[in-house]
Design a protein around this ligand. Structure first.
Ligand SMILES: Nc1ncnc2c1ncn2[C@@H]1O[C@H](COP(=O)(O)OP(=O)(O)OP(=O)(O)O)[C@@H](O)[C@H]1O
Ligand SMILES: [Mg+2]
Length: 311
């Protein structure tokens, strides 16, 4: 559906995007994850035809996108990072303006606006000025504005920034509905929990370069340890020796924190029974076991040596 090949964009000496390639199939939800300044907005702006790359191509269903006036652009809806709304106008008037930009008027415009307001749950606020909306409501209206021309590809640039948890969940629900309707979504965020919840595949970018592009399970396989077993021992620190535990097949790490043993394993299903049986055999009964999965933060840390949040 959407393919980006070797995009490059510099601002003076700053290389904002440095050879980014990615693809998104029909109905796929791709997360573009990276720290502040990684090049997410620049990439999305190029795909939306708002910025010309220095080199590289964007194709929609195999056809290259040739700048802002290309009719292929109608296939794309952009939810910009910076809100593009008129505060002094009611929500309805804002959407009418966006509809007019896409040459929609009369009954088709009214229907498109009605459906978009309905999807984002703002039908009963259509006559209120945007000025009086909460941050979350503005974000939802920003999303509605991108849907009026019924694009097949939706580019969402940090659609949940500055939004309260309730509105955030509402936006997630909206995105899940759009995905079910077969829309292709490209979703930028620096919140890894969002990428984990919403995306089929995650492209991680850093300093303008793609450093990983895979499904979540694929990304977790990059890690030496993908699961942690936290085992609360019945008798606390009862002289358990870590070395023999560490040398069990499949065990990658073992440490003890107070009465809790933390064991890193690669394959939870295969290795958990072995670890637990070993503990029983060695006379270390346990009372509670939980498993923790590595997250995208760990993947980013592993790839770059830096944390995603303060990169
Ligand atoms: N108009 C511009 N002029 C000069 N430099 C720019 C411009 N826009 C972006 N940059 C620079 O390009 C790099 C990439 O910026 P971009 O906005 O694409 O990052 P981002 O991943 O979207 O970051 P954020 O998470 O903060 O939104 C940064 O170093 C930024 O300072
Ligand atoms: Mg950005």
């Amino acid at each position: 559906m959407l393919e980006v090949r070797a995009l490059k964009k510099c601002y003076g000496n700053v290389v904002a995007v440095d050879g980014v390639s990615l693809r998104a199939g029909v109905g796929e939800n791709i997360g573009l994850l990276g720290p502040n300044g990684a090049g997410k907005t620049t990439t999305v702006s190029i795909i939306a035809g708002l910025l010309r790359p220095d080199s590289g191509v964007v194709t929609i269903e195999g056809r290259p996108l040739a700048g802002d006036a290309d009719p292929v652009k109608r296939q794309i809806g952009l939810v910009p990072q910076d809100l593009a709304l008129f505060d002094e106008l009611p929500a309805m008037a804002n959407l009418q303006l966006f509809a007019a930009l896409y040459d929609l008027d009369g009954a088709p415009a009214r229907r498109a606006i009605g459906e978009a307001l309905d999807l984002v749950g703002l039908s009963d606020r259509a006559r209120d000025k945007v000025r009086d909306f909460s941050g979350g409501m503005k974000r939802r209206l920003n999303l509605a504005a991108a849907l009026l021309h019924d694009p097949r590809i939706l580019l969402l640039d940090e659609p949940t920034v500055g939004v309260d948890p309730q509105s955030r969940n509402a936006i997630f629900d909206n995105l899940e509905t759009l995905k079910q309707r077969g829309k292709t979504l490209l979703y930028t965020t620096h919140y890894m929990e969002e990428a984990e919840r919403l995306c089929d595949r995650v492209v991680i970018i850093d300093h303008g370069k793609v450093i990983a592009d895979d499904t979540l399970p694929g990304l977790y396989r990059l890690l030496p340890v993908t699961n942690l077993l936290a085992i609360e021992l019945e008798n606390g620190d009862d002289g358990l020796l870590l070395e023999p535990l560490q040398s069990l097949p499949g065990v990658r790490s073992a440490e003890r924190r107070g009465g809790t043993l933390r064991v890193g394993v690669r394959d939870l299903a295969a290795e958990t029974p072995r670890v637990l049986q070993w503990l029983v055999d060695q006379g270390h009964p346990y009372r509670h076991v939980v498993s923790e999965r590595a997250d995208l933060e760990t993947v980013f840390l592993n790839l770059t040596g830096r944390s995603l949040r303060d990169a």
